[in-house]
Design a protein around this ligand. Structure first.
Ligand SMILES: *[C@@H]1O[C@H](CO)[C@@H](O)[C@H](O)[C@H]1NC(C)=O
Ligand SMILES: *[C@@H]1O[C@H](CO)[C@@H](O)[C@H](O)[C@H]1NC(C)=O
Ligand SMILES: *[C@@H]1O[C@H](CO)[C@@H](O)[C@H](O)[C@H]1NC(C)=O
Ligand SMILES: *[C@@H]1O[C@H](CO)[C@@H](O)[C@H](O)[C@H]1NC(C)=O
Length: 185
């Protein structure tokens, strides 16, 4: 009898511990989510795709063609060195460059995967931010991860929220990037 009671109370204790642990992790993730960014700024990304006739203006080019799987450029890889401006004018003086690539990866809709570095070299900021994630283009806004940084952005982490500002044919698009850093040093 004593053994059964002992086993039972051990079980209850374990249950209480598990519940406590899951509540505390829940509270923790909620707290992190509600955290205010330590730094926030909005930038515009301009991508001019090379189409064979616009070499003077182009800032990006496809290095692989699509695979023909579906009708949404699946498999097309684009490498870019794009100007980043503070307002949405292509010809405003750039405050940074975005260097990296994206590729289309869905058969059923337009969806790209981005990986790039924002390189700041101005009197205001020197350093880099590294950003990666999925760009689900049908969504009004998309969150990508800021996975790290250097210089003025040493060890930064956060979220870059994309919003399509303009898409002109298939040779120019502009993204608004709302960058929120939650770890700053
Ligand atoms: C190529 O892109 C330029 C703009 O960068 C545009 O004016 C031109 O019409 C495009 N040409 C073709 C064939 O799409
Ligand atoms: C292309 O570049 C020329 C010269 O730099 C500029 O005048 C023109 O506005 C640019 N066109 C586009 C579509 O960006
Ligand atoms: C890319 O693929 C499309 C068909 O998916 C084809 O029409 C086009 O000619 C290809 N372009 C190049 C540069 O190979
Ligand atoms: C940063 O800008 C300065 C001044 O324009 C230039 O001398 C330097 O080469 C640039 N550095 C990089 C990494 O682009």
């Amino acid at each position: 009898m004593a053994q059964i009671v002992c086993k039972y109370s051990l079980f209850v204790l374990l249950l209480v511990l598990i519940l406590q642990y899951s509540f505390s992790t829940f509270a923790h993730s909620k707290k992190l989510y509600e955290k205010k960014p330590c730094k926030r700024f909005v930038l515009y990304y301009h991508n001019i795709l090379f189409n064979g006739t616009n070499a003077a203006n182009a800032t990006s080019a496809a290095t692989t063609n699509n695979t023909g799987l579906g009708n949404f450029n699946h498999g097309m890889l684009v490498i870019f060195d794009d100007p980043i401006t503070k307002d949405n004018h292509l010809l405003s003086p750039p405050v940074a460059r975005a260097q990296g690539f994206y590729f289309y990866d869905m058969k059923t809709t337009y969806n790209a995967w981005f990986s790039y570095t924002l390189i700041f070299n101005s009197t205001e900021h020197k350093g880099t931010l590294n950003i990666m994630g999925a760009d689900m283009m049908n969504e009004e806004t998309r969150d990508l991860s800021v996975v790290g940084g250097t210089g003025d952005f040493f060890m930064a982490r956060g979220i870059a929220t994309f919003r399509t500002d303009v898409a002109q044919g298939d040779y120019y698009f502009r993204l608004e990037m709302d960058i929120k850093l939650y770890e700053c040093y």
